[in-house]
Design a protein around this ligand. Structure first.
Ligand code: XMP
Length: 430
């Protein structure tokens, strides 16, 4: 293994990720592990140089007081505690350490080397993946999103055609999205890629379904069923690759966060399929996942693309999905993205898309009354998607987009701009 590692044990602090980032900023790899990790599990981790117990004020997880297992102190790693007046280890930081204090611990006390970079990360993961998978086969649902694309590229590097990628087109993809997944993975990276066009099946199931949560459940559930059917067709699949990244693993302190929308990510495959998970990105932050993708040679447009929800355009074609409105969402979204790129806004704005509600308004077209749909443009900035502010798009850019949408998109006679921050609005409409 190429990289040294400092382990952070989560004893109920809400700042584990801040600390992990601080250590990674020093060029040293750091992973967060649960407070009840056993000595054996800790010993199995490669190149551990030191351990930080991160307990916040009182070491409470899920309302219960927690301690580390005493045997961890006997492994001989330097141990330091943050905040909590620990009796077991001699040293502690009074608060999240400043750079000098952290450097002293990481480099002088633990003797770690600053050898964390994407090249080493990839080499280490390739070795770990090969160790885990052997000559087994891995199935991966490849949506074309950043995380699944990077995990696919990493798995291809590690095990080549032992990886079977399945790309399910649920009919709710953006314009040309499936085509570009096929082009990059099948044509450029020579992936073993199964393409499933399930558009009709999804649209059939969604017919007349107007409730947002029900729509999300149908799309998520059907997605799993299609994947399951494909998995059963394939022989000898033992592993399931997943693009889980660190923010997907819930931080201590947010475990009880109320569900606002049922997010759709693959994972609910039936028990009898019994896959073992391969999740090589699960300790990476989003920007590190992108850096990993760049290092692996993925196109910039794929690695730096904006977030796109699992249920796709399905949650942007509001209410019961109809083909004419879905087409209006897809075409207007393509125009918006094209014009944002021309104006350089694609590099500045965090997320931008169009939405088509399920009601019509009156207009005039060719001197006659029209009764058509509207397109709503949404463009927001955020750090963590928990709250968001709107982008103050230049009027000229908005006018150009509006004119193009009105001229080029069928069944639309009106364009609006959504001014709502999150909260109270969410980023998506459903
Ligand atoms: P909301 O609408 O909850 O969205 O403010 C926050 C962010 O999450 C994205 N989003 C999803 N991402 N699966 C995903 O992977 C989903 O089901 C899903 N729903 C919303 C949304 O686009 C925004 O960036």
């Amino acid at each position: 293994m190429k990289q040294d590692m400092i382990v952070i044990l989560d004893l109920g602090s809400t700042e584990n990720t801040v600390l992990a980032r601080q250590i990674r900023d020093l060029g040293v790899y750091s992973e967060i592990h649960p407070h009840d990790i056993t000595a054996d599990e800790l010993k199995k981790l490669d190149n551990v140089k030191g351990v930080i117990l991160n307990g916040g004020e009182n070491r409470i997880v899920d309302g219960k007081a927690v301690e580390v297992r005493p045997e961890l102190y006997e492994l001989g790693y330097p141990v330091i505690s943050v905040d909590y007046p620990s009796s077991e280890c001699e040293t502690k930081f009074d608060k999240l350490p400043d750079e000098a204090a952290l450097k002293h611990f990481v480099f002088d006390v633990c003797g770690a080397e600053a050898n964390w970079n994407m090249k080493n990360f990839i080499e280490d993961q390739v070795e770990l993946i090969r160790r885990q998978v052997g000559d087994g086969k891995v199935l991966l649902a490849l949506s074309g999103g950043v995380d699944s694309s990077v995990v696919a590229a990493l798995l291809i590097k590690a095990i080549g055609r032992q990886l079977v990628c399945v790309h399910v087109n649920h009919g709710l993809m953006r314009k040309n999205e499936s085509e570009s997944v096929i082009q990059v993975f099948r044509d450029q990276l020579h992936a073993n890629l199964v393409y499933v066009d399930a558009s009709e099946r999804f649209l059939g199931k969604l017919e007349h379904v107007a409730d947002p949560e029900q729509k999300r459940k149908i799309i998520g559930g059907e997605f799993i069923r299609v994947l399951e059917e494909e998995a059963r067709k394939l022989e000898g699949i033992e592993f399931l690759g997943q693009g889980t990244i660190y923010p997907d693993i819930i931080e201590s302190g947010t475990k009880t966060a109320k569900m606002v929308k049922s997010h759709h990510n693959v994972g609910g495959l039936p028990e009898d399929l019994q896959f073992k998970l391969v999740e090589p990105l699960k300790q990476l932050f989003k920007d590190e996942v992108r850096a990993c993708g760049v290092e692996l040679g993925l196109p910039h447009s794929m690695v730096y693309r904006q977030p796109f929800p699992g249920p796709g355009l399905g949650v942007r074609c509001l209410g019961a999905i109809t083909r004419d409105r879905l087409e209006a969402v897809r075409e207007s979204d393509a125009i918006l993205r094209e014009e944002f790129a021309k104006a350089g806004l694609d590099k500045k704005v965090w997320q931008y898309f169009t939405v088509v509600p399920d009601f019509k308004s009156v207009g005039v077209k060719n001197n006659a009354r029209s009764f058509d749909y509207m397109v709503i443009i949404r463009a927001i900035n955020t750090v963590d998607a928990m709250s968001a502010t709107i982008e103050r798009v230049d009027w000229d850019v908005l006018e150009t987009i509006t004119q193009r949408i009105l001229a080029e998109v069928h069944n639309v006679n009106r364009v609006c701009y959504d001014m709502s921050p999150k909260p109270p609005a969410t980023i998506e409409f459903e």
